[in-house]
Design a protein around this ligand. Structure first.
Ligand code: AMP
Ligand code: ZN
Length: 328
């Protein structure tokens, strides 16, 4: 069966749905997540939102990432790759914990002596909680691929007159365990980041919105573009989110992936105004506060969107789509 949104009734859903069949018996439609697991695309680990990836899934993800590289070839972006960790101090300075404390992940390690170690093992043996014997380290998990670069670039001095364009890619962590396969705790994000004047960043963002849409068209993914907001924490966060929407600082490209749920944000186009140059000394060539923005591609979500749209059997995908992804 070739799965596509055109024959959505034959597709696995995102929830276990008891459906009355024509003979009056009831059966359960497997979830989209379950069908991804059954097809060897995702490998469950026992923790919601943390998956291994199978060979076919990775081939699609790599093709997707390569397609983004191709789309940005004329940008002559500086490539920067960081491990999926960020210095804790940088996360603190960035005000991430003010906005998204619920999503942050910190790295802790055992720093005790031998006596503490015996105690830890005894508690493990007893099935007791041992985690209070872990101490925070100087690293946290990266929440978005562009986060590590702002303090690094600030330390490199003022931007050149043309500003800078940086290409980043990272596994990112967000503590949002879910059974929706599109909401992972660790997922890959590819981004082009622009640092420069407000005009440079706005033009860059507009260009990437258009390129993002063209990319989705090439992959035959139905999509819409909408103003969006980030999930700012708490009551105060609601005001910040409303403001972000009002000022149209974030746009998302949405693609239907999960049954019975609104379409999923698979790309985002963000304008941070001068937030990062308020936090760090990021300056333009004439000494003004630099503005920043980014075009973010959710590589895992785009992979899932492709599997949803074209089905779990790559051999049955439209030839054109396979070709665009590097002859899968
Ligand atoms: P954001 O910084 O929230 O705009 O995220 C950038 C892109 O990363 C989104 O458009 C998604 O494609 C992807 N993304 C965000 N959160 C998740 C998640 N929990 N699981 C998988 N992909 C995600
Ligand atoms: Zn970003």
């Amino acid at each position: 069966m070739e799965a596509s949104l055109d024959n959505a009734s034959e597709l696995p859903g995102t929830e276990n749905v008891d459906t009355a069949d024509p003979r009056g018996a009831s059966y359960t439609t497997p979830t989209f997540l379950q069908s991804l697991i059954d097809a060897g695309m995702l490998i469950p680990t026992g923790v919601d939102g943390i998956y291994g990836r199978g060979g076919a899934y990775e081939a699609i993800a790599e093709g997707m990432n390569a397609l983004v590289t191709q789309a940005g070839a004329d940008q002559h972006a500086e490539l920067m790759r960081f491990p999926p960790t960020t210095p804790r101090k940088d996360l603190e300075d960035s005000e991430y914990l003010k906005s998204f404390p619920q999503l942050a992940g910190t790295v802790h390690s055992f720093c005790g002596n031998e006596r503490d170690h015996f105690r830890l093992l005894a508690r493990l043996d007893e099935g007791e909680d041992w985690t209070d014997q872990q101490q925070p380290t100087r690293v946290v998990l990266t929440p978005a691929a562009c986060y590590p670069i702002y303090p690094v670039i600030a330390r490199q001095g003022p931007l050149p007159p043309a500003g800078r364009v940086v290409d980043v890619f990272s596994y990112c962590f967000r503590h949002e365990p879910s059974l929706e396969p599109t909401r992972m705790q660790m997922f890959r994000m590819r981004e082009y980041v622009r640092l420069g004047s407000a005009e440079q960043v706005m033009a860059f963002r507009q260009m990437w919105i258009e390129r993002g849409r063209a990319l989705a068209d090439e992959l035959d993914l139905p999509h819409t573009l909408d103003v969006a907001n980030d999930p700012f924490f708490g009551r105060g966060g609601k005001l910040v989110a409303d403001n972000q929407r009002e000022l149209k600082l974030k746009f998302e490209l949405l693609i239907p992936v999960n049954d019975g749920a609104p379409p999923t944000a698979c790309m985002s186009f963000n304008y941070h105004v001068d937030h990062f140059s308020t936090v760090w000394t990021l300056r333009t060539s004439d000494g003004e506060k630099a503005h920043t923005g980014c075009a973010a591609f959710g590589i895992d979500r785009l992979t899932l969107a492709l599997l949803r749209r074209h089905g779990l059997e790559l051999a049955r995908w439209p030839r054109r789509v396979r070709a665009v992804l590097g002859n899968l």
